[in-house]
Design a protein around this ligand. Structure first.
Ligand code: AMP
Ligand code: ZN
Length: 315
C-alpha cells in the first residue's frame, strides 16, 4: 500500500477518503482537515481567545495539539466530574498534556463547588440518569467559565462519530428542536454566551485516534463507566456497520444533513432569546436554568434525607 501523497510506504488506510498515508503525510492530512473545518465554518481567528474543554480523551487532546501547532491562543478547561478513578485518571492525562507543553489549564472540581455536586451524587439525589446530570453540569460550567474569564469561543472535541450518532438519535425521534440546533458552530443567543464550536466534526474517531497515536499523545483510553448502557454507543456501533459496508456513509450523513436538512429545521424552529436565570445569572429559557433547577432538587433531597436520618436516630 502506497501513500496517496508521496508514494512512500503507507501506514494508515482511510477507506472513507479512498486514500492511504505515510506518517508525515497523515499528520499533514489531519491538520489540513481541521484547518479546513475552521475556515469553511468561520469558527474563529488567531486574534480570539479559545477555551478548549479537555476531557483527557484522544479527541480533545488531539484538537488542542493541532491548535497549538497552528498558532492559536488556547487555554484548556478540565472539569472534575467526580466519577471515581475514571475522573482522577482523566484529570492526570489532561494535566500531564498541558504541563509537558507549558499550556494553561483551568481545572474545576465539581465536588469542591458545593456539597453533593459531583456527578454520582447529583444523579443519585435527583434520580436522573448520570449522563443527563453530567451533560447539564458540563454545559453550565463550560458556559460559566467561558463567560467569567472573557473567552471568545468554547471548543469541544466532538468528532464525526459523535455527531453522526447524535444525528441518528435526533432523527429516530424526530427531535426537530435538536435538529435545528445541531451545527458545528453555535452562535451565542445571549451576550453571556460565547460561540461554541466543534472543529473535529468531520474527523472520525479512528482518524483522531491515529493522529493521537502518531503524535505520542498519552490519553485516557477507557470509556466513562456511566456510558456503558448509553444509546449513543448503540448508534455508533450501527453506524460503524453501515460504514464498513459503505465507506463514507458517516461523512455523507452529517455533511448532507448540515447542507440540506439542518437549515430546513432551523427555519421552522425559531426560539425566543433567553432571559437570565434568577439563580446564577446565566442565560435561561425559564426562571431557573437547567443547572440551577437541578441544584435546587439536589438540595431539597439532601435536606429531606438529613431530616429522615435525624428522625431515625433520636438524641
Ligand atoms: P463526551 O461528552 O464525553 O463525549 O465529550 C465530548 C467533549 O466534551 C470532549 O471532546 C471534551 O471537549 C468535552 N468534555 C467531556 N468531558 C469533559 C471534562 N470532564 N472536562 C472538560 N471537557 C470535557
Ligand atoms: Zn442558573
Amino acid at each position: 500500500m502506497k501513500c496517496t501523497r508521496c508514494r512512500g510506504a503507507a501506514e494508515v488506510q482511510l477507506r472513507a477518503h479512498n486514500s492511504a498515508f505515510c506518517r508525515p503525510c497523515y499528520l499533514l492530512f489531519f491538520r489540513r482537515q481541521v484547518e479546513r473545518a475552521i475556515a469553511s465554518e468561520n469558527m474563529f481567528t488567531k486574534e480570539e481567545r479559545l477555551l478548549i474543554a479537555v476531557s483527557g480523551g484522544k479527541d480533545s487532546l488531539a484538537l488542542w495539539d493541532v491548535l497549538v501547532d497552528l498558532g492559536y491562543d488556547t487555554t484548556g478547561l478540565y472539569l472534575g466530574l467526580g466519577i471515581g478513578a475514571y475522573s482522577s485518571r482523566s484529570h492526570d492525562k489532561a494535566a500531564a498534556f498541558a504541563a509537558a507543553r507549558g499550556l494553561a489549564l483551568r481545572v474545576v472540581e465539581l465536588a469542591e463547588e458545593g456539597p453533593g455536586m459531583a456527578v454520582p451524587a447529583v444523579a443519585g439525589l435527583t434520580r436522573r440518569p448520570a449522563c443527563s446530570a453530567c451533560g447539564t453540569m458540563k454545559r453550565h460550567y463550560f458556559d460559566q467559565v467561558a463567560h467569567d474569564e472573557g473567552f471568545d469561543v468554547l471548543l469541544t472535541g466532538h468528532n464525526l462519530d459523535d455527531e453522526a450518532a447524535r444525528l441518528m438519535g435526533n432523527v429516530l425521534r424526530w427531535q426537530r428542536d435538536h435538529l435545528a440546533r445541531q451545527r458545528p458552530v453555535l452562535p451565542p443567543s445571549h451576550p453571556k454566551f460565547v460561540r461554541k464550536v466543534k472543529p473535529l466534526f468531520l474527523c472520525s474517531e479512528y482518524e483522531t485516534a491515529v493522529y493521537a497515536f502518531m503524535r505520542g499523545i498519552d490519553y485516557i483510553v477507557e470509556e466513562c463507566p456511566n456510558a456503558a448502557g448509553a444509546s449513543q454507543l448503540v448508534y455508533k456501533d450501527t453506524l460503524n456497520r453501515l460504514e464498513a459496508a459503505s465507506p463514507g456513509t458517516k461523512q455523507a450523513f452529517v455533511k448532507e444533513f448540515l447542507r440540506t436538512g439542518q437549515p430546513a429545521f432551523a427555519s421552522t424552529e425559531a426560539r425566543e432569546a433567553p432571559r437570565e436565570c434568577t439563580g446564577c445569572g446565566m442565560p435561561s429559557y425559564g426562571e431557573l436554568c437547567a443547572f440551577c433547577s437541578m441544584m435546587r432538587a439536589v438540595q431539597a433531597r439532601a435536606a429531606s434525607r438529613a431530616a429522615a436520618s435525624d428522625r431515625a436516630a433520636p438524641a
